[in-house]
Ligand binder design. Structure first.
Ligand code: F6P
Length: 524
């Protein structure tokens, strides 16, 4: 492994960063064709990177950095199933979960067979439940499913279920409980009929204290509401990579759906862990979701680095983080169904790339993963965007929009136009800003005296030069959602490959857990 700052392209990027940089408004004005040159498309997603502070020379040096860091060879190792998660001695094969069902990928036949078997099992179970043939202990049809899980065992299916809410089965409601605060579970259960409720306990390890607390409490609620203890299994499903642990806790094998230690929790939505989503949208839509991710995988594996969406997203992020020294990254979807996308990507990026040790054990002395934050853009505009436009931090932004929308509301087209107009206007305002002189002239035109305009102009001018990506989904359907998630997964992979860190362990979450256990044992 070569540390990135010893690569020639790193030094070249440093000298480019120290040279005077044109303002984004000048980059955009000087070249009317810039949006065309800097727009890429794959798997139903368009990336407009023209508002990044990147010149052709910087772009070339960034691609050289990816080449010199061996991103392509590392990508092959990922897809081949090499044990790239060295600290846990595991392969990283979430890509196999959405592999072509008819053709075994580079991960081999054994993995392929396991994946297809569990995919068929969750598909059958989801369809049986949707058809009303999964029954509770009194023979009642299940109408409510409660997923109990946290982190990667919650965020993925929950986010995707919101994003695809227009496809949800009308007769089966799927709820999510992650927090062990009693209110979180109670506020869901108080409206439910125990004889018609199924709990899915989702946990890769099946040892997570928060999840086991909620699962035990759910079982107690079932028995208190008339379920005989020996019929509990009819109301319980386990999803785990530790089936022995689930079995020891009483979850029967026929209601235990598997995934494997080579699937990271934050990359597990494609596995059996996607069962709550498959119940909501049906197995055919779930397969389209996988197919969308596969289309992005194919693009990632075959497109040249300079035309590769995940690679470009990653490289621009590295330019912003390591060379412009911008420590945070804002993700703002403009489609309200993507309301949970930012927290989902936040876990994916920060748990993966929040690292200070290189894969070879040496300390990292460059910046790694940024602080990822955000939420729905339209709401942000009326809240924290003030700081983005005029505060002292420069915050790179990913705007995520949807081109075609078909909500069945009479004025849906008007809503959609307002949303997308705002997205484009914000990206332009952040890039171009408004100079002091232009602001003063505008104020004078509006009738202010020269003195008043001069006094007011500093408050009403905008520095601009805020870099952003515009990501447009053709529409928000299972395939494009799958492709969008895979896009960010491969971005995270590419950045880790360049920074020389392991994106797939998460030792940073352990110390707090250990201390909680020690305090529990000591009765504190
Ligand atoms: O504590 C962090 C973490 O281990 C995440 O990595 C994971 O997604 C989450 O907890 C839940 O873990 P599990 O699925 O094993 O319950």
């Amino acid at each position: 492994m070569t540390t990135p700052h010893t690569l020639p392209a790193w030094a070249q990027l440093q000298s480019l960063a120290h040279a005077p940089q044109p303002h984004l408004r000048d980059l955009l004005s000087a070249d009317a064709g810039r949006p065309d040159h800097m727009t890429l498309r794959a798997a139903g997603i368009t990336l407009d990177a023209s508002r990044q502070r990147v010149s052709p020379a910087i772009q070339q040096a960034l691609v050289a950095l990816a080449e010199q860091a061996g991103v392509e060879a590392q990508r092959e190792a990922l897809f081949r199933g090499d044990r790239i998660n060295a600290t846990e001695d595991r392969p990283v094969l979430h890509v196999a979960l959405r592999g072509d069902p008819l053709h075994t990928g580079p991960w081999g036949a054994a993995v392929q067979a396991d994946v297809q078997r569990e995919l068929a099992r969750i598909g059958d179970f989801a369809e049986a439940l949707r058809a009303g043939s999964v029954k509770g202990h009194r023979g009642d049809t299940i109408t409510d499913v409660v997923n109990i899980g946290i982190g990667g065992s919650d965020l993925g299916p929950r986010m995707a279920a919101d994003a695809l809410a227009h496809l949800a089965h009308p007769g089966v409601r799927v709820h999510y409980v992650s927090n062990p605060d009693a209110w979180a579970l109670w506020s869901v259960l108080r409206g439910l009929d125990a004889s018609r409720t199924l709990f899915i306990v989702s946990s890769k390890t099946f040892t997570t204290q928060e999840t086991l607390t909620n699962a035990a409490s759910a079982q107690r609620w079932l028995t208190d509401h008339g379920c005989p203890p020996d019929a509990l299994a009819q109301h319980l499903v386990a999803i785990t990579a530790s089936p022995d642990t689930a079995a020891r806790l009483g979850y029967p094998a026929e209601r235990t759906f598997l995934f494997w230690d080579w699937v990271g929790g934050r990359y597990s939505v494609w596995s059996s862990l996607g069962l709550p989503l498959a119940i909501a949208i049906g197995k055919e839509h779930f397969r389209l979701f996988l197919a969308g991710a596969r289309a992005m995988d194919e693009h990632f594996c075959t497109a040249p680095l300079a035309q590769n969406l995940p690679v470009q997203l990653a490289l621009n992020g590295i330019w912003n983080r390591n060379f412009l020294n911008l420590p945070t990254h804002l993700i703002v979807p403009y489609a309200s169904r993507l309301v949970r996308f930012t927290p989902f990507v936040q876990q994916m990026e920060m748990e993966s790339n929040g690292k200070r040790t290189h894969s070879n054990g040496t300390p990292v002395d460059i910046d790694t993963g940024p602080i990822v934050w955000g939420g729905l853009g339209i709401d942000g505009q009326h809240a924290y965007f003030q700081l983005i436009h005029q505060g002292r931090h420069t915050v790179p932004v990913d705007f995520i929009g949807v081109q075609n929308e078909d909500t069945p509301l009479p004025m849906a087209a008007t809503h959609h136009a307002v949303v997308n107009l705002n997205l484009r206007a914000q990206a332009e305002a952040m890039a171009r800003g408004r100079t002091l002189a232009d602001t003063q002239a505008l104020l004078e035109k509006d009738g202010l005296s020269a003195t008043d305009a001069a006094a007011m102009a500093p408050h009403r001018s905008f520095e601009g030069n805020i870099p952003s990506h515009l990501l447009w989904l053709d529409r928000l359907d299972p395939a494009r959602l799958g492709a969008l998630i895979a896009l960010y997964e491969h971005k995270v992979f590419t950045q880790a490959a360049i920074w020389g860190i392991n994106a797939y362990d998460q030792w940073g979450v352990e110390l707090g857990k250990t201390m909680a256990k020690a305090m529990e044992k000591a009765g504190k």
